[in-house]
Ligand binder design. Structure first.
Ligand code: SF4
Length: 620
């Protein structure tokens, strides 16, 4: 097969298998003039992108159509990036190795704000104009999707379209429309984008205008054409059993992050943690039938030869047929000599039993995500987990033979006090103490290992905390130092390890997550001055970003350290996720008073997601 990169270049770069395609189950078609060529891009390296379930589903789904050939594109790592820039080699898709610029569509999945400079890299290396406004009829249509598309505004200028919601429902209509425009003989990009903007779930940003007041807040946001919607309603796939899924996973040549078949058991989450964007934007909860999952598991394993299968979803313990599914998989996987990789489950008798059956308990650790140390703080965030639950789970685990526990916390949550922070080391110490109380000395194999990690809270759109102020970098670092110091003061300090994330990345994530269109200038400047792979610790540099804010005159504090009034027009207000603003306001007020909200299975809280007509909302 013809390769886009020469042998010489492939020898020079790290992991050349990232760029050659040709894996088992990769889809090849004979391109004809009428075929729609779709480049599906995950803007990070191959190993990360190949592990992403959503992109794999879209790949399989689009290739089901005879008139579409969907191929994959990932970010070239920095070594190849440099070579491609110097030698002016255009970015190519893996299957055909053809330049992305020759495709009809470039679809980019947006999973994390810190990938935004990688999006610019993709456009730059492809030779596609950065700004939608500068593209002509021959350029691919650049369309974004994924969780970050729920506030597309900071990157709106770089995209022609956004797909808001779940891809399974609306891509056919978009592709049919494109085909009709293309075969008309007089393709006009703007006319196509204008029509596309009327389809459900599709947002065409260039046809919308924002106005700002003297205090920099948004005073109006509206379409420039009467016939475009003022509100874009997210597209939701209500019947997951009928939805397209991967039956022939691509088998990579090199070790990728998730080197296994993945079963998506449900979408959405019943819990309603107030910091969690996924828990709100994917409502309502919809489950796949257990029998359907059994069939999919068999098909995926038989067609790929994968040696491991994992379950994927938010809060998998809440899947109603989990015991049946897990029992089936354990039996089937045992016969086929396939491993099962479990998602993190709530620790109870069932999950401990399952873990014991599928893992070597001496090597595995248990994971708890209390997110906060004190019960007061856990009520504020609606975590639905008590100290008693945590200690009971840890105690059962210690008695069952586990000696390693991982705990995840967040610092900088709304209303947090030093007392709440202090509760983190105290909880870790309690867990360590419990081990020494429960396990007699002669039965211990060394010390219990408690690894506590904290990240910094980043308020996200469409959560009850979307109005909250975010801490400053200095505040975060002070808090982490405070917790660290208190950890060392605990009686069982030698059994506890504490680590925390980089606050600079969290700050930037906070700016981009709740940003507006003015940030496109910052992004472009940062990319042009060296920012790339900002999600990677080894390649993240703060300097180009600091300089970008200075040069563009944009004040980062406006985006992070400011509590918004619930009357303010937020950049993402034109998107309708089903969950209403009134519900989010109610939850924001309850949070400030430490009042919890029951989960969707116990009680319907009237969040608005029932508007989609199915799922958990109708299971009561
Ligand atoms: S349990 Fe909480 S944090 Fe986890 S997905 Fe559900 S809402 Fe989000």
């Amino acid at each position: 097969m013809h390769l886009a990169l020469t042998d010489q270049i492939l020898k020079e770069v790290e992991k050349p298998a990232r760029y050659i395609g040709g894996e088992i189950n990769a889809i090849h078609k004979e391109p004809s003039g009428k075929m729609i060529r779709f480049a599906m891009c995950f803007p990070d390296i191959y190993e990360i992108g190949m592990s992403h379930l959503g992109a794999q589903i879209i790949y399989a789904m689009l290739n089901e159509r005879e008139d579409v050939w969907c191929e994959r594109v990932y970010s070239p790592w920095t070594d190849l990036h440099k070579i491609m820039k110097e030698q002016k080699i255009p970015l190519f898709a893996l299957e055909s190795q053809d330049p992305v610029k020759d495709f009809d569509f470039l679809g980019i999945t947006l999973q994390y704000e810190m990938c935004y400079t990688n999006v610019l890299q993709i456009l730059d290396l492809s030779g596609i104009s950065m700004f939608s406004a500068d593209r002509n009829n021959d350029d691919p249509v650049v369309i974004g999707g994924g969780p970050c598309a729920y506030n597309p505004e900071p990157i709106a200028d770089f995209f022609d379209l956004f797909y808001i919601g779940e891809a399974e429902t609306g891509y056919d209509a978009l592709l049919d429309l494109y085909k009709a425009h293309k075969t008309s003989g007089q393709f006009d990009r703007n006319a196509f984008l204008h029509e596309a903007g009327k389809l459900p779930g599709i947002y065409a940003p260039k046809f919308y205008q924002t106005q700002y007041g003297a205090d920099h807040t948004i005073t109006s946001f509206k379409p420039i054409y009467e016939d475009l919607p003022h509100t874009i309603k997210k597209a939701v796939c209500m019947d997951l059993n009928d939805a397209p899924y991967i039956t022939k996973p691509i088998v990579p040549y090199l070790k990728v992050t998730q080197d296994r078949a993945t079963l998506e058991i449900q979408r959405g989450c019943i819990r309603g943690c107030r910091f969690c964007q996924a828990g709100m934007i994917y409502r309502p909860v919809r489950e796949r039938d257990e029998k359907k999952l059994e069939t999919l598991a068999r098909e995926m394993l038989e067609n790929s030869g994968h040696e491991e299968i994992s379950l994927s979803s938010l809060s998998s313990s809440d899947y109603s047929a989990l015991p049946e599914l897990v029992n089936y998989l354990i039996e089937y996987a045992g016969e086929q000599r396939v491993n099962i990789s479990l998602p993190s489950l709530r620790i109870d008798a069932f999950s401990l039993d399952v873990m014991r059956r599928v893992q070597d308990i001496r090597k595995s650790s248990l994971t708890f995500a209390p997110e906060a140390g004190s019960q007061r703080m856990r009520n504020v965030i609606n975590k639905g987990l008590t100290q008693e639950d945590i200690l009971k789970g840890a105690g059962d685990a210690f008695l069952g033979g586990w000696t390693r526990v991982k705990l995840y916390f967040m610092l900088g949550l709304p209303t947090e006090t030093d007392e709440d922070l202090l509760a983190i080391p105290l909880l870790c110490n309690e867990i360590a103490k419990l081990y020494y109380e429960l396990i007699p000395k002669e039965q211990r194999k060394g010390r219990v290992q408690i690894v506590a990690s904290s990240s910094f809270f980043v308020p996200k759109p469409f959560t009850p905390f979307q109005w909250a102020a975010m801490d400053k970098r200095e505040d975060f670092l002070r808090k982490a130092a405070f917790v660290n110091h208190a950890m060392h003061e605990q009686l069982n300090a030698r059994s506890i390890k504490y680590n925390w994330h980089d606050a600079s990345v969290s700050e930037l994530e906070g700016i981009l997550a709740r940003g507006d269109r003015r940030l496109s200038a910052v992004l472009l400047y940062a990319y042009e001055h060296g920012a790339l792979f900002d999600a990677w610790t080894e390649t993240f540099h703060k300097e180009p970003w600091d300089e970008a804010f200075l040069k563009t005159g944009i004040d980062p504090a406006y985006y992070i350290h400011r509590e918004r009034s619930t009357d303010e027009i937020l950049p993402w207000d034109f998107i309708d996720i089903g969950v209403t603003r009134e519900y989010l306001i109610r939850e924001w007020e309850k949070a400030q008073n430490g009042i919890t909200t029951p989960n969707c299975r116990d009680h319907c809280n009237g969040c608005g997601a029932a508007v989609f007509g199915g799922g958990i909302c109708y299971a009561h």
